[in-house]
Ligand binder design. Structure first.
Ligand code: PLP
Length: 402
């Protein structure tokens, strides 16, 4: 079975973990800070806080942004549920912006109109979480404009985009997660992502004060910093200064993360090469009548967490018809030993969001995209032969020759 994504663990990764296991520190040791330093180097962000998952990173980012009970935030509906759940964890209400079906990325026009609606209801957005879907950085300059207009904090969900870059309006190349156009960004190190720590995540952050808060919130809201203590009762003394969580990552995980991060460039190059191979094969006749590769915006150099194709909607076809053909494709690939996945079921249509009164809006871009999208296998250990096998299986399943 060829999965849609999987980790690539090499001998030096295993050695790095073994060395950490033989050291004095399994957790709360120096390897966590070394990994954070390497993440800053890689992304250009001023500070990084490594945590137990990307979801924990989103939760702490919302807390550090000061998002409160009863307040509002906005994210893209084409994302993993965690990008919206993080707001619910602090008692706030997520709203959803529509996407551009050509790219799967947040539509800034829709973002602005949702923000205006929220303002009219006296709950202007306090946070905006744009998602770098599939490895393409979202229009962070556009998002930033809206955020300024409404006084919101921007948390870039860069879980898909480590290693990706984009060009600003002024022609400067920026890295995903750099925090140049956002206050914070988050990463995930789940095994399907670009690099893995098993489970793990990080918050990249621009402001030093927010960075110090995040460090405390990661570990119960406890501090031993003499400058922060209200009293000092001895060498053993610590204080809980805020309600924090246990979201720490271990040194063993960070040893793996450090080792993986050294290969990020090679892994991303391999993903890009495989994506180019898919593009070449799928843009050729007769495939172009059946499906198209997801668009990448001009100026963006995607790091290709996912390789998404969209079934072409034919004249007279309903979205249900398209979804029916997508189902046939998914099942046909599966029957041929090829895994694929749908990214994503629009979050605003998840039953728990609908029941909480947070969903069920009319978001036509997301609905059109969702009906026909499918993520094909893409991971650095794949070879060109695997890509050819997937494309041949698509041709058979869709009866492309007919
Ligand atoms: C993976 C992912 C997350 C959550 O990361 P975890 O480490 O699994 O908690 C959040 N947002 C997006 C877009 C993701 O792909």
């Amino acid at each position: 079975m060829l999965p849609y994504g999987r980790q690539l663990i090499e001998e030096d990764d295993i050695e790095a973990v073994a060395a950490q296991l033989r050291s004095d520190w399994l957790t709360q040791g120096p390897t966590v800070a070394r990994f954070e330093e390497a993440l800053c180097q890689e992304t250009g962000a001023p500070y990084a806080v490594a945590v137990s998952s990307g979801t924990a990173a989103l939760h702490l980012a919302c807390l550090a942004a000061g998002l409160q009970q009863g307040e509002s935030g906005i994210t893209s509906t084409n994302t993993f549920v965690a990008s919206a759940n993080c707001m619910r964890y602090v008692g706030a209400r997520p709203s959803f912006a529509d996407i551009d079906p050509e790219t799967g990325l947040i539509s800034v026009a829709s973002l602005r109109s949702v923000a205006l609606e929220l303002k009219a209801q006296d709950t202007p957005p306090r946070v905006i979480v744009p998602v770098d879907f599939s490895g393409s950085v979202a229009d962070l300059e556009g998002v930033r404009e809206v955020a300024k207009e409404f006084g919101a904090t921007v948390i870039e969900d860069a879980a898909h985009a480590l290693g990706g870059t984009w060009q600003t309006g002024r022609g400067k190349r920026e890295r995903a997660g750099s925090c140049t156009f956002s206050e914070m960004a988050i990463l995930s190190f789940h095994p399907v992502k670009h690099i893995t720590t098993g489970e793990g995540g990080a918050i990249l952050v621009r402001d030093e004060g927010a960075y110090r808060r995040l460090l405390e919130l990661r570990s119960h809201g406890i501090t031993k910093d003499p400058a922060r203590l209200e009293r000092n009762e001895g060498g053993w003394y610590y204080e809980q200064q805020a309600l924090g969580f246990h979201y720490r990552i271990t040194d063993v995980q960070c040893a793996l993360g450090l080792s993986q991060l050294k290969k990020l460039g090679r892994y991303v190059e391999r993903r890009r090469a495989l994506a180019t191979r898919y593009d070449t094969l799928l843009r050729a006749v007769p495939f172009e009548r059946f499906l198209r590769p997801l668009g990448v915006p001009k100026g963006v150099d995607s790091s290709y967490h996912l390789y998404v194709v969209c079934l072409v909607r034919r004249g007279g076809e309903s979205l249900e018809d398209v979804a029916g053909r997508r189902r046939v494709l998914y099942d046909g690939l599966r029957a041929r030993g090829i895994g694929s996945q749908v990214h994503y079921i629009p979050v605003h249509r998840q039953p728990d969001f609908v029941r909480a009164g947070l969903g069920d809006q009319d978001l036509p871009g997301a609905q059109a995209y969702y009906a026909g999208c499918l993520s094909l296998p893409l991971f650095p250990a794949m070879d060109d032969g695997d890509v050819e096998r997937v494309v041949a299986a698509i041709a058979e399943t869709l009866d492309v020759g007919a």
